[in-house]
Design a protein around this ligand. Structure first.
Ligand code: SF4
Length: 336
């Protein structure tokens, strides 16, 4: 656990230290619904969520006096409680993203600040703790081992992220402070989302009902009704056929098939048997690779490649129903 002061807990309230702050204060959730001072925090928590829903970043008061620290940290924690009570996943997704953007800004500012080396050190410790990535400060740059760089940039397709376009020194890739934070952007969002999702849901608290009702109403505007056929797109059918015939499916084909099925909600146990007929089948290796792709044994959950990418790998066999989708995952999905 990184040793944080209250100013850092304000910046990164999703870290475990914030929970410790709550238990140290000894408040119960009921106190927030009854105590006049604490009720204001519930208002702030609700505002924190609605700001995120609007796609904006919640502005924090970084003055570390007692009341602003309490308000800042608890508004995040109570927001999580309200989201859990509402059960609206779509709001949690928006909230996680906005909180990740907010934390990203602090991380970048602290990394950039040459005067305050403590803040930069703490930011790097947070990145190490959350994403197991060892980044070091070297002069005005940050450096990351090539293997770590490749692992974290695997889903970046822009030219500037290709290893060949990076400056490398002694086996390490050089990054600016902005790029350092950008490298973990998606993972930060996912980390916050999973943390909220995996926290236990409390019973409804008297005094929170009206906020929860308002959140449920707000979530309705994001509802998109779709019907989805269970039929697989031709590229996936082709990949399955190749495997069923016991022929060799290329690495890209296996990646496509596995990420497609994982993204559709299938489990590693359900997918692994599909590869049994592959000429080079090895159960242990297959499960290891599927666990990597699913994100259960790493920090990244791999996405199904785009149709464009699949096409460039000669694995695309389009039919009229493929129009106008851009990712196989969208095949058969229709808005109603
Ligand atoms: S267009 Fe997309 S969904 Fe259709 S076959 Fe090609 S890759 Fe698959």
């Amino acid at each position: 656990m990184v040793n944080l002061g209250s100013d850092e807990i304000i910046k990164y309230p999703f870290l475990d230290e914030a929970g410790k702050y709550l238990s140290d204060k000894g408040f119960s959730l009921e106190d927030f619904a009854t105590n006049a001072d604490l009720k204001k925090i519930v208002e702030s928590a609700f505002e924190r969520i609605t700001t995120a829903i609007d796609g904006r970043i919640y502005k924090s008061d970084l003055t570390t006096n007692n009341s602003s620290t309490t308000n800042e940290i608890f508004s995040f924690l109570i927001a999580v409680i309200l989201l859990k009570l509402s059960g609206m996943n779509t709001l949690t997704r928006r909230f996680s993203l906005a909180e990740a953007r907010r934390a990203e800004k602090f991380l970048e500012t602290d990394l950039k600040n040459q005067q305050n080396t403590r803040n930069a050190k703490i930011s790097l410790e947070i990145l190490q703790e959350l994403f197991s990535v060892t980044i070091q400060k070297e002069d005005e740059y940050f450096t990351i081992p090539i293997a770590d760089y490749l692992k974290h940039s695997v889903n970046f397709h822009e030219r500037e992220w290709k290893l060949i376009n990076r400056k490398i020194l002694h086996g390490k890739v050089q990054l600016t402070s902005h790029e350092t934070v950008r490298l973990v952007r998606k993972e930060l969002d996912r980390y916050i989302f999973l943390k909220i999702n995996s926290s236990s849901s409390p019973q409804m608290i008297q005094g929170f009902e009206s906020y929860v009702t308002k959140l449920k109403t707000l979530a309705k505007k994001f509802e998109v009704k779709t019907v989805e056929s269970t039929e697989y797109p031709p590229c996936i059918k082709h990949a399955i056929e190749v495997l069923e015939k016991g022929e060799n499916l290329s690495h890209s084909g296996r990646f496509l098939l596995a990420t497609f099925l994982l993204n559709k909600g299938q489990t590693v146990e359900q997918i692994a048997p599909l590869f049994k007929n592959a000429p080079d089948y090895n159960e242990k290796v297959t499960r290891y690779q599927l666990n990597q792709l699913s994100g259960t044994s790493g920090t990244t959950q791999y996405k199904c490649p785009s149709c464009e990418k699949v096409k460039s790998q000669n694995l695309c066999f389009p039919i009229p129903d493929c129009d106008p989708i851009i990712n196989p995952i969208q095949f058969g999905r229709k808005r109603i």
